[in-house]
Design a binder for this molecule. Sequence first.
Ligand SMILES: Cc1cc2nc3c(=O)[nH]c(=O)nc-3n(C[C@H](O)[C@H](O)[C@H](O)COP(=O)(O)OP(=O)(O)OC[C@H]3O[C@@H](n4cnc5c(N)ncnc54)[C@H](O)[C@@H]3O)c2cc1C
Length: 498
Amino acid sequence: MIKNLVVLGSGSAGLIAALSFRRKLPQIQVSVVRDPSIGVIGVGEGTTPNFPRHLFDYLGIPRKTFYELAEPTWKLGIRFNWGAREHFNYTFAPQLDARLAQLPLPNGFYCDEVFDNLDLSSALMNQGKVFPAQANGCPDIQPWHAFHIENEKFVAVLEKIAVASGVEFIDGRVDDCRRNDNGLKAILLEDGRLIEGDYFIDCSGFRSELLGKALQEPFLDFKKTLFCDRAVVGGWERTEEPILPYTTSEQMSTGWCWQIEHERLINRGYVYCSDMISDEEAANEFRAKNPKVPDDPRIVKFRSGCYQRMWVDNVVAIGNAGGFVEPLEATALMIVCSHVQTLINFIQHSQLAPSPSMRDLYNRVTHETWLDIRDFLGLHYKPDTAMKTPFWDRCREETDLSGIEELLEFYRENGPTGFCRYSLQSTQNDFGLEGYLVMLLGHRVPHQKPYQPTDEECKIWRAHLEANKRKAQGGLTVEEALAYVRDPRWQWHDNPQG
Ligand SMILES: Cc1cc2nc3c(=O)[nH]c(=O)nc-3n(C[C@H](O)[C@H](O)[C@H](O)COP(=O)(O)OP(=O)(O)OC[C@H]3O[C@@H](n4cnc5c(N)ncnc54)[C@H](O)[C@@H]3O)c2cc1C
């Protein structure tokens, strides 16, 4: 019976886990152990729509509090300056896994040439606008948004809410563990204190102190699919640049570069493959592209992959302690929120005493999420035909996409039909078929069913794109929408039940 939960780590993963347990299982005592001298990772700033849902709907954090303290900006999707097209937008609303009522085939069959303004989000992104305007001029805040958020600010906000929710914080460095027949009995701090618990969540970041180090769970490397293993990170104070309502991802000689938009800061990072470019060369290429980046950008090393099992005995890992992939789709916080919800669900259904079969099922479900994301990210690389560098040649030749071979084959034969979903092994991620179709069409991957619409169909299709564009043109910029939600007369409609 779980009565006393110890969370190791107070980065975003540890705090989201601790707060979620307090909120949903208040009968369990929650302590967070962390070492302020190690600190939090300090990167991780793009999110997906399950993140606001987790904060506001699941945890019941009032929007007003969150907006005031965390100062997020909105993200409608990712603009890929990437591949055979000049750019394409991956939005959080269905662009391709959808069909107009007046047309016979799904949208994907109509965008061989023009893959733009397919939905309102994409049109808003193209116009540099974040939300359409209501009749009274106020932003019509749509559910299909995520946030850009500064990691350290976010952690500070969560910590404040966690303290108010009764989470106990213990400062100290974990040095060792004590075990019993159920797994871990206690963690031992450097100063000799023993912190006992009957269930442990390892959120110690890349150090994976409990799952990786203490329990020695084997790590599954994704290096056959994802070749990048470092990032050079830097940013600058915003001056005249407008706040864009999306993350930008663009190809570089040996990887790709993100741009994330905060209100006062622009955050940039170049994710690269250290086998094929030195840190110094990567930093030089990064600075040449971003002259405003300071002279000493930070280098962050990582390995893409996950532990074989996330839950071993009475220890479960969440966040970077359990697995990590490069931030190409900002998946880390998405997985944190989704796995925390799954875990709490499993523990609730087990009446706080989870059985081995419940644990095995959790491991199967979470493992599938990681494999799905590995393959989805791999699909950003392999179909590229634009970049002619040794790194991109290698991506085309060597990226292992055997996990989605059935989908790729079905797409080749049948094009962007919604039936492609039946060739996916699992649907354990938030991207779904939409994500795969955006990558396949964004890269203009050829298929054997090109469609020639009639003149009438072309007219309907063009009118649809034009209507999205016109509505977007009348929308609000991020700056304008922020001014509205900060006005004392603005009212959020929260669900206080969480
Ligand atoms: C280059 C890069 C870019 C990223 N971009 C994104 C993004 O855009 N979107 C996204 O969702 N994610 C992104 N991430 C991932 C993101 O950083 C993490 O999802 C998120 O911040 C969670 O981190 P964490 O809580 O697991 O670990 P951390 O923030 O590293 O926290 C670890 C915690 O463990 C504690 N700790 C560790 N060892 C000990 C010990 N021995 N004793 C006591 N305490 C200990 C530390 O004190 C700290 O509190 C990015 C990551 C990298 C590397």
